[in-house]
Design a binder for this molecule. Structure first.
Ligand SMILES: [Zn+2]
Length: 268
């Protein structure tokens, strides 16, 4: 059973100064949208309703205002976004990591369209990978990143619509930084919350499975702070899409947060 922990302070700037700005209508788990008063990071806090204790897991999979089915845009459609900002002048990748491979759409596409030696795909849900592509270059791992330590670093890390699901997004970004070769590439895509200002269906947007919302340029600023350089950024089809590279071998921010802190990346 999934029980969400209440987030008390901001994941990005650690401030405890935040306010409740919205309650998505018909959220099945009483979600409350909070915003950090210092940096502007937003997140959903929620508690289960008293009368739904027996089926919380089912309810956490539902969109706030669409209780008939889980609203999930397929990762196949999102491939188009990657092709719009990926630099196809990059001739070859030695190793690629797909951080949340789902049904293998990016892996399947990469086999046809990118030149690489090996690709590692992470997908914790085994049922998603039943029809996964088969390739001698592919290693499929049924796990989340927190549990893994790779011997070799990657040339390209692909993270499509997964950062917003994690309870500690900064930690995931630091993990990406650590596991990327110096000078190599990171593709990050998350839902663009700024689209709510152009729609009347604000409640269709908020989704009980999403924990974080990255308004404005918050994500760029965090990536730069960690030690990435933004090569290209675009808002496409309701997503924020960023193509970045690891710009420093060991940034001061990364060293301060991670080095000499044993087991920083082991999930508690
Ligand atoms: Zn903050």
């Amino acid at each position: 059973m999934i029980i969400k922990k209440k987030i008390e302070n901001c994941n990005f700037c650690k401030s405890f100064a935040n306010e409740h700005i919205y309650s998505p209508i018909k959220s099945n788990i009483d979600s409350k949208l909070k915003i950090c008063k210092v940096c502007g990071l937003s997140w959903l806090n929620f508690k289960k309703k008293k009368d739904e204790t027996s089926s919380l897991e089912k309810f956490t999979r539902l969109s706030c205002d669409a209780s008939y089915s889980p609203v999930r845009v397929g990762k196949l459609q999102m491939l188009q976004n990657f092709t719009e900002i990926h630099n196809f002048k990059i001739k070859k990748y030695s190793s690629i990591l797909d951080m949340s491979a789902a049904r293998g759409d990016f892996v399947r596409w990469s086999i046809k369209n990118l030149n690489f030696e090996k690709i590692t795909a992470l997908e914790p849900d085994k049922y998603m990978t039943k029809k996964f592509p088969v390739s001698r270059k592919l290693k499929l791992i049924h796990s989340q990143y927190q549990y893994l330590k790779f011997r070799d670093k990657f040339d390209l890390i692909y993270s499509c619509h997964s950062l917003e699901h994690y309870s500690d997004p900064e930690k995931k970004l630091l993990w990406v930084y650590e596991n990327l070769k110096y000078g190599k590439y990171f593709y990050l895509e998350v839902p663009d919350p700024d689209i709510i200002s152009h729609t009347k269906n604000i409640d269709e947007y908020f989704y009980d499975m999403h924990k974080f919302y990255f308004f404005n340029n918050l994500l760029n600023l965090k990536l730069i702070e960690i030690g990435f350089k933004i090569l290209m950024q675009k808002k496409i089809n309701g997503s924020i899409c960023i193509f970045a590279k690891k710009n420093k071998p060991n940034s001061g921010y990364y060293l301060a947060k991670c080095k000499n802190k044993k087991n920083f990346f082991i999930k508690k």
